[in-house]
Write a protein that binds this ligand. Structure first.
Ligand code: SAH
Length: 312
């Protein structure tokens, strides 16, 4: 997809991950309904639209909905869900909400049943790079990380309130951070003097106790990821959403899940296995990975895994 305008004026671009593969597995058919559970900036949605699908795009971040609306208005003009056209041609519409309630949201939009459901999990480049949102290491913004601004607990609340053991458990279990105890210890020591407020406060604190090693990633990458997962309740949302996705699909239609870390992928894998002899047929024996070329041109794709299944 192209560049999205941000509030601070810079252009941020988000390239849809595993786009060709996602389209192939969704097997988009003209005029059929596709639920994009994580519409983000609308990159995958645009491609589904261009294949003739009707899209309902969901996102719990109102800024993502706004960005998707701007992008799709330009990239997919003229047929914007005029009621008359909905039944017959490509169209798109957007709904703000948590995909943990996707059946209810799709029902309210009169969008059931569907011919495909896509999850492209995690954060968008738009969210990561928008320094106000509190995801990026160098930002002097508050350590926030809420994708849905109605959520009550920020990442700063967590690092200032959780006990040392709990913090270490979060870092180790959600992001496989090997220095989890050392980081938790440093956080608890630092906050005795003053609360940890900004992204940079936390990132510098972690850089001070964990060296970068051979990885090109910032030493705070995993800790930030783990906090983001807790703030947004990411694994529980996915656990709740997958059975609903399987339920609202029509027979022979497809579910595609793109995940970005082992916790998400495990949930996707276990869910597909648990449904294997029931509602779903697994189409990807092993998850698909992006090519070296895609990783090179879009580093966000480096940890992506795509799994797909067909409703029986
Ligand atoms: N496929 C999109 C990018 C998606 S990025 C594109 O090509 O542009 C992932 C998006 O999922 C983010 O915008 C994030 O806000 C959203 N998201 C994450 N968890 C969600 C949830 N539980 N409910 C709704 N949206 C969610």
């Amino acid at each position: 997809m192209g560049s999205l305008p941000s509030k601070v004026g810079q252009k941020i671009s988000h390239q849809p991950v595993l786009l060709k593969e996602a389209l192939e597995y969704l097997n988009v058919k003209k005029g059929e309904k596709y639920l994009d559970a994580t519409v983000g900036g609308g990159g995958h949605a645009e491609a589904i639209f261009k294949k003739g699908g009707q899209i309902l795009g969901i996102d719990f971040d109102p800024e993502a909905i706004k960005a998707a609306r701007e992008h799709l208005s330009q990239a997919c003009p003229s047929r914007q869900s005029s009621k008359k056209l909905v039944e017959t041609t490509a169209s798109w519409r957007l709904a703000q909400g948590n995909f943990a309630h996707l059946k209810e949201i799709a029902g309210k939009e009169g969008f059931l049943p569907v011919s495909g459901v896509l999850f492209d999990l995690g954060v968008s480049s738009y969210q990561l790079e928008n320094s106000r949102r509190g995801f990026s290491f160098r930002s002097s913004a508050l350590l926030d990380m809420r994708m849905d601004p109605t959520l009550e607990v920020t990442a700063a609340d967590l690092v200032n309130a959780l006990g040392k053991k709990e913090l270490a458990r979060v870092f180790a279990s959600l992001a496989e951070e090997e220095h989890s105890r050392r980081i938790a210890d440093a956080i608890v020591r630092a906050r005795k003097n003053k609360p940890i407020r900004t992204c940079r406060d936390l990132a510098d604190l972690i850089s001070g106790v964990v060296s970068q090693g051979r990885s090109r990633l910032h030493p705070a990458t995993k800790a930030f990821q783990a906090l983001r997962m807790v703030v947004n309740d990411e694994l529980n949302n996915l656990r709740q959403a997958l059975p609903q996705a399987a339920e609202i699909l029509k027979s022979r239609d497809r579910l595609v899940i793109i995940s970005f870390h082992s916790g998400e992928d495990r949930i996707a894998k276990q869910f597909l296995r648990s449904e294997k002899d029931k509602r779903l047929k697994i189409l990807t024996k092993k998850p698909l990975r992006p090519s070296a070329q895609e990783i090179e041109s879009n580093p966000r794709s480096r940890s992506a895994k795509l799994r797909a299944a067909e409703k029986r």
